[in-house]
Design a protein around this ligand. Structure first.
Ligand SMILES: Nc1ncnc2c1ncn2[C@@H]1O[C@H](COP(=O)(O)OP(=O)(O)O)[C@@H](O)[C@H]1O
Ligand SMILES: O=P(O)(O)O[C@H]1O[C@H](CO)[C@@H](O[C@H]2O[C@H](CO)[C@@H](O)[C@H](O)[C@H]2O)[C@H](O)[C@H]1O
Length: 477
């Protein structure tokens, strides 16, 4: 196994690679001009067939800065049928002319090679693993790609280790790695343990965080899927214990407790400061600016600008009257898809913050109520998505039944939001019921963010945040 800096190896691959890049979900939001892609860091991790090439590419953004993308590329003379879906293109020229270039994270053989190469200590020019745990890396585990390909990609080793690959690595301290390291050091039972961080020290990419290895938490369904199932049962009356009330509230309560626990550990690990009224006023101005930009992208938001802006003003006035606001490290993008119901209770994952916000914005300490608001929005999303699924399944389209389903969905959301809040407050978190003004402002800000997110990524879902904006705009006080 060799590792060599091999920048020239990438040039013949680029023409085949760039059209494929456009098709990646993790590429979509960043975009960029693909005619001037720059190899930033390139290494051949395994130089015998199948070949493994690691690359970080720089793609110019319209504002003159550069968006980085990370790739693990495989090369084989011929691709076995099981890897057909991973094919990118046939290499047109150079050393591997006629070979097939493919997405290496789908290839168990190459992901095994990668882990073994990372386990070998010593200086290398390719990716380098900095271990958090003293235990040896379990290199014999069978790798498989995780099918949920979202902002990043992941490979699971033997249902024990999860390798998260940051597809858009960013220079500077890494929010998720920092948070998980601190939580692991403090033995937080509500988050996966961090086992190690992948860096590159190659010239041009010094100390760039490329990925991390964390404890894999096997679950049958994540929080979002479990909630959706419960909404369906509740609406269709399958939940025999409580046909109308639904059976998720105990989980929602426990989830509130878990979030409060994580917030307490983060408050211990990172600075927690009192935000001045001037800073809150500035934050309210930023929220208004985001609203204005959002309305330019999602015109349906425009008619709510006055009323939603007034919620932000209420928040600024509330702080101006001396109501204390504290900021600290938070999760940053908390929703039901970011929580896993394991046998030992809820665990929170993915501490990267909102993918559509800039790195600087995501790094800012925030009031914990931002996370609470995120989860409250998620109960609303689950209820509305569950309702849509039930309506689709149901052959009975009578208005009475549709209304009953809608009422039950709304009641499900209210009940679970309350249970979550009660759990959060009961476990020592600041009681959200005592802070309705900031909570409403944060919910509105989140719904506005979601409207932009949905317009960009899932236009069919746009109605969910827009309905929430409508509701929040009508509530003042
Ligand atoms: N430690 C883990 N154990 C088990 N599954 C996980 C773990 N971390 C992430 N996942 C699964 O992978 C999916 C994507 O992970 P996430 O960290 O949210 O990535 P992204 O940043 O791409 O959204 C999650 O929705 C979850 O299903
Ligand atoms: O999971 P990510 O960090 O990539 O978060 C982004 O995508 C989420 C959707 O996958 C999006 O969440 C929104 O939809 C969820 C249902 O799919 C819902 O539970 C959330 O409440 C809602 O915000 C998230 O906003 C976005 O940043």
């Amino acid at each position: 196994m060799t590792v060599a800096v091999a920048e020239p190896v990438l040039e013949p691959l680029l023409p085949a690679l760039t059209p494929w890049l456009r098709t990646r979900r993790w590429f979509g939001a960043g975009g960029g001009a693909l005619d001037s892609v720059r190899p930033v860091v390139v290494s051949v991790v395994h130089d015998e067939a199948p070949v493994l090439v690691h690359a970080v590419l720089g793609v110019p953004r319209p504002d003159g800065t550069e968006q980085l993308y990370q790739l693990f590329l495989g090369l084989r003379r011929a691709l076995p049928a099981r890897l057909a879906g991973a094919a990118i293109a046939t290499v047109p020229e150079g050393r591997w002319q006629g070979w097939t270039l493919y997405e290496a994270t789908e290839d168990a053989a190459l992901m095994g090679v990668l882990l073994r190469s990372l386990a070998v200590r010593g200086r290398r020019d390719g990716p380098r693993l900095e271990r958090t745990s003293a235990h040896p890396l379990p290199v014999g585990l069978v790798p498989r790609p995780l099918s949920a390909d979202q902002s990043n990609s992941a490979v699971v080793y033997g249902d024990r280790l999860l390798f998260k690959i940051y597809r858009r690595p960013e220079p500077g301290p890494h929010l998720e790695v920092e948070a998980l390291r601190a939580l692991t050091e403090r033995h937080c039972a509500r988050t996966p343990a961090l086992h190690g961080t992948l860096y590159t020290d190659a010239p041009g990419g010094e100390r760039l965080v490329l990925g991390m290895f964390e404890e894999f938490l096997p679950v049958e369904a994540d929080g979002w899927q479990s909630a959706l199932r419960q909404v369906g049962d509740c609406l269709e009356g399958r939940d025999s214990a409580a046909p109308v009330t639904g059976g998720f509230t105990a989980h929602a309560r426990a989830l509130g407790e878990a979030v409060a626990e994580v917030h307490a550990v983060l408050a211990d690990a990172f600075p927690r400061t009192r935000v001045t009224p001037e800073e809150v006023a500035e934050e309210a101005r930023l929220m208004k600016r985001r609203l204005r930009l959002a309305a330019a992208e999602v015109p349906a938001l425009d008619r709510y600008r006055g009323r939603i802006g007034a919620l932000y003003d209420d928040y600024a006035r509330h702080a101006g009257r001396g109501c204390p606001v504290f900021a600290q490290r938070v999760h940053g993008d908390l929703h039901l898809g970011q929580v896993l119901p394991t046998a030992d209770g809820w665990r929170l994952i993915d501490f990267e913050g909102e993918p559509d916000r800039s790195a600087a914005e995501r790094a800012e300490p925030q009031p914990v109520l931002r996370d609470v608001a995120g989860m409250l929005r998620s109960f609303d999303y689950a209820a509305q998505t569950g309702l849509a699924a039930v309506r689709k399944r149901s052959a009975d389209r009578t208005p009475g039944l549709r209304l009953r389903h809608a009422r039950r969905a709304e009641a499900w959301a209210i009940r679970n939001r309350r249970a979550f809040i009660a759990g959060y407050a009961g476990a020592g978190g600041a009681d959200p019921r005592c802070h309705p003004v900031p909570l409403r402002a944060f919910e509105a800000d989140k719904a506005v963010y979601e409207a932009v997110y949905e317009a960009r990524h899932r236009p069919d879902w746009l109605g969910i945040p827009l309905t929430a904006v409508h509701r929040l705009a009508g509530v003042r006080g």
